[in-house]
Write a protein that binds this ligand. Structure first.
Ligand SMILES: C[S@@+](CC[C@H](N)C(=O)[O-])C[C@H]1O[C@@H](n2cnc3c(N)ncnc32)[C@H](O)[C@@H]1O
Length: 245
């Protein structure tokens, strides 16, 4: 069930503040010139050890987790952290890294992890395309991208996240037999992504979870956007992609 509808972020986007990298500067106690009423940016400042900026992730991944030897699954566009919570709670043998670009969303995600005292979950703020590139090669067991793009029209195709560059990067960052799990409400997007994945040497499978003896996500778990689309009677498409090389 959807518990929070906090879809409206007012002026809290990472893009807006990224040029000066406000969060890092805040953590260094610098005086900075930005809207001081952005409460989520101020809250984000306090979430050290749970919320990672790009340089922090680059310096410390995978030692950001209590047991850095566990395989890591990255959820791109983790929104308010509902799925990170589910994944980390159900899979103590995995580390879960949620990534989102909005301050409010990463703060909410971190708060959920904190409340649940999960030691196998962390959140990074930034553009996942960028964050993916700074993680060491062959260090991710899985990448999840659930309803990654808000753009549905054809004219927005060039902004789509799961492009050639994504698959090139994913090929380097995933371990052998690593996986990418995609959910979307757009059939053309599924077709486009399937073609791109194959072009980059990935295999498309029928299964929807890696073989770990149980599903990664509970059968009753729906992501926030999955629930929205389901409520609107929209079909949901899933793609499970394996790195076979
Ligand atoms: C449509 S929502 C889907 C949220 C969630 N995965 C779900 O299924 O409910 C897309 C999410 O991706 C995030 N996002 C968009 N572009 C991103 C990017 N380049 N890097 C990281 N997160 C991004 C948005 O802030 C938003 O939380």
């Amino acid at each position: 069930m959807v518990q929070e509808n906090e879809n409206i972020d007012q002026g809290t986007s990472y893009e807006q503040y990224a040029p000066g990298n406000y969060l890092i500067r805040l953590r260094n106690n610098e005086t900075i010139d930005f809207n001081p009423f952005n409460q989520y940016l101020m809250l984000a400042k306090q979430l050290t050890g749970l919320l990672y900026t790009r340089p922090e992730l680059q310096a410390s991944f995978p030692n950001i987790f209590q047991d850095p030897t566990l395989p890591v699954v990255m959820e791109i566009g983790c929104y308010m952290g509902y799925t990170v919570l589910e994944l980390a709670g159900r899979n103590p043998d995995l580390n879960i890294l949620g990534v989102d670009i909005k301050y409010k969303r990463v703060v909410k995600s971190c708060n959920k992890i904190k409340r649940a005292s999960l030691r196998n979950a962390a959140i990074a703020i930034g553009d996942a395309r960028e964050l993916l590139t700074i993680i060491s090669d062959r260090s991710l067991f899985g990448i999840l991208a659930f309803f990654p793009d808000p753009w549905r029209r054809q004219k927005h195709e060039k902004h789509r996240f799961l492009d050639d560059h994504f698959f090139e990067t994913a090929a380097n960052k995933l371990t052998a037999k690593g996986f990418i799990w995609i959910k979307t409400d757009s059939k053309p997007y599924v077709d486009e992504v399937t073609a791109k994945a194959k072009k980059h040497g990935f295999i498309i499978t029928e299964g929807l979870s890696p073989d770990r003896g149980r599903p990664l996500i509970g059968e009753d778990h729906r992501t926030f956007f999955e629930q929205l689309f389901t409520n609107m009677q929209q079909p949901i498409y899933q793609l499970f992609i394996i790195k076979s090389f």
